[in-house]
Design a protein around this ligand. Sequence first.
Ligand code: ZN
Length: 155
Amino acid sequence: MIGLVDWKSEAISNSEFDREIQEFIGRHPANGNIEGRKFTINYTRGMPFADICTKTVYIPSWVKRKLNRCELQFVVFHELAHIIYKHKDTPQYHMQEQFIADEYAARRQCRRGYAENTLGRLNHPHIIRGKASMDINPEEVKSRIENLRSLGLPW
Ligand SMILES: [Zn+2]
């Protein structure tokens, strides 16, 4: 868990309002005061995250480039869920919170296909190398996909 706090502060200081992210967030009436920002970071260890205190969803620009619109929407909905459910992201609750956030996002999209594609892409070995986030690791991705498949949603 090297430099986790450091890259998040760097992400926050390098962030800017993003219209596309905000558009996904803004469609839900309950989310009026949640903000969407993208951040620039020169390495792939910066992962999407949600800041519960400031109610802000942060998406790194490399993730935006790598995903199509529907996959990006899944990521934004997933982060949104962490804010709505006020998740703590402690090791104790981490997996449970990931399942809840994935389910929230997949149900809003009425399918699990974008979720599975996104998790598959972000799990690519060259992205995993050097990342400092708890959010993505191969074992976890496997359980998250199994969880998504248990929801009975269409592809
Ligand atoms: Zn998450």
